[in-house]
Write a protein that binds this ligand. Structure first.
Ligand code: ADP
Length: 432
């Protein structure tokens, strides 16, 4: 009898503002989907509640959205719809005051008030539909108030059963609300043990350490995996990785106009372009990569026009046929980049967990990361940390583990020449 499975399935409701792939900005969206699927697979009953943003109407996955109910609260009617997304039941609350008639998840002046209103509307929906979940799980500053409202306004007014779980995906935003949720939740988590340690001194967290746990994020291999990825020109496994990656490289080069001669190593970045992500290191890496005879590709969603302008300047100084900079949020292109690249670069200044390094390993690309937060917990170099490599491979510290096994343990084994290339890249990128 495993200690982690309870005899009775639990009813768990996530209240979130992102969910991959229909409303994803970054890792929060991935994790809301993947944790829901994983917990549902353990036999629990999982539901997700999202705002019904107007941009969802364009989603091919939501064409058969069903009407669920209408409830009145907060001075207006709320229509609720549902759909099954990635095998999980999702409810969409449509506030009839047009609050979520937005073209993106974030970016309105009143994001804070809108998400507080949504958090309360989600609790009201549970109350008015006689739901008594065992757990209400809220995420980051955006739905942090769900925990506070649950205990201050709803617990004594009918929503007696639920307990609150709160997860910090990034403490950098909305510390005050995060502090409130830390106080009101019964369990609080963050997305890696290292990040839990790094933020333990923060006033929003420090008085609540007894209920605070660093639980490492994962990726869902059914969503991120080259064996069954419809965005790739050729699906591949560890056995067919050479052909699969070659086909992806060719498709990517054609798409982005990387016409430089020869099949050069490819170094890639898939990232929001914010200071957190190590902009200056990304820029250095682009220059080093090209000057050492490799190719560089960046897929960046850039909310800050100043940062984007800096990249424009850099791109102009590089040989266009060996470096491509693509400024957009583009899910299909991101898959192609992970598959095409030999190295995925993640030089974040801080990183609560980070998913791109995990995706890279899944697609047979070597992650090259700064040692911080979840990057430290998920990536290490077998050449420099043989004891950890042995432990990960065999469950015991055997310093004799051969360094050519893999650089990143989840990636298919590299050939000696690939290892040489990877080490050269690492030296070029990190040794600067
Ligand atoms: P964060 O949540 O801080 O953005 P993570 O590494 O946790 O960083 O998650 C990033 C997720 O968003 C990954 O799934 C990554 O592939 C995706 N992503 C980031 N930037 C882009 C982009 N420009 N286009 C498509 N996907 C992106």
């Amino acid at each position: 009898e495993g200690a982690t499975t309870s005899p009775e399935p639990l009813h768990i409701v996530h209240v979130a503002v992102e969910m991959a792939p229909i409303a994803k900005v970054g890792g929060l969206g991935d994790v809301v989907t993947s944790i829901s699927r994983a917990v549902q697979d353990m036999g629990h009953n999982v539901e997700i509640i999202l705002p019904k943003y107007s941009f969802l109407s364009h989603s091919p996955l939501l064409q058969n959205m069903q009407y669920e109910c209408t409830f009145h609260w907060g001075g207006c009617n709320h229509e609720v719809f549902w759909a099954t997304v990635e095998d999980v039941r999702v409810f969409f609350i449509d506030c009839q005051n047009s609050m979520f008639n937005t073209g993106s998840v974030y970016g309105q002046k009143d994001d804070g008030e809108r998400f507080d209103f949504f958090s309360k509307a989600a609790l009201e929906f549970m109350l008015q539909t006689n739901r008594q979940p065992d757990i209400i799980h809220c995420h980051d500053w955006s739905t942090a108030r769900t925990a506070k409202y649950l205990w201050e306004d709803f617990h004594n007014n009918g929503l007696w059963k639920p307990r609150a779980v709160f997860t910090i995906h990034n403490l950098d935003f909305g510390e005050a609300k995060i502090g409130e949720a830390m106080f009101h939740s019964q369990i609080a988590t963050t997305v890696s043990p290292s990040y839990a340690g790094e933020v333990s001194g923060n006033p929003a967290v420090s008085s609540q350490l007894g209920k605070f746990h660093g639980v490492l994020n994962g990726i869902d291999p059914d969503i991120w995996g080259p064996e069954d990825d419809g965005f790739l020109p050729l699906k591949y496994t560890a056995e067919t990785v050479v052909e699969g990656k070659a086909a992806a490289r060719e498709a990517l080069r054609n798409r982005l106009g990387l016409t430089g001669w020869g099949d050069k190593p490819l170094v890639g970045v898939v990232s929001r372009l914010t200071a957190q992500k190590g902009i200056h290191l990304i820029k250095h890496a682009a220059g080093h990569t090209v000057s050492r005879g490799a190719q560089f590709v960046l897929l960046g969603s850039a909310p800050d026009p100043k940062i984007q302008a800096e990249f424009h300047g850099l791109a102009n100084g590089l040989q266009g046929q060996d470096a491509a900079f693509y400024y957009a949020y583009d899910e299909p292109l991101s898959h192609l980049i992970y598959a095409a690249c030999d190295v995925i670069l993640v030089p974040s200044i801080f990183e609560p967990c980070g998913l791109t390094q995990l995706i890279a390993m899944q697609y047979g690309a070597v992650p090259c990361v700064r040692q911080t937060g979840g990057l430290r917990d998920t990536v290490f170099d077998v050449d420099h940390d043989k004891a950890r490599a042995a432990w990960e491979m065999h469950g015991s510290a055997d310093p004799e583990v051969p360094p050519t096994l893999t650089l990143a343990l989840h990636a298919p084994p590299l050939t000696p020449s690939e290892t040489g290339t990877a080490n050269q890249m690492l030296a070029g990128v990190c040794g600067a």
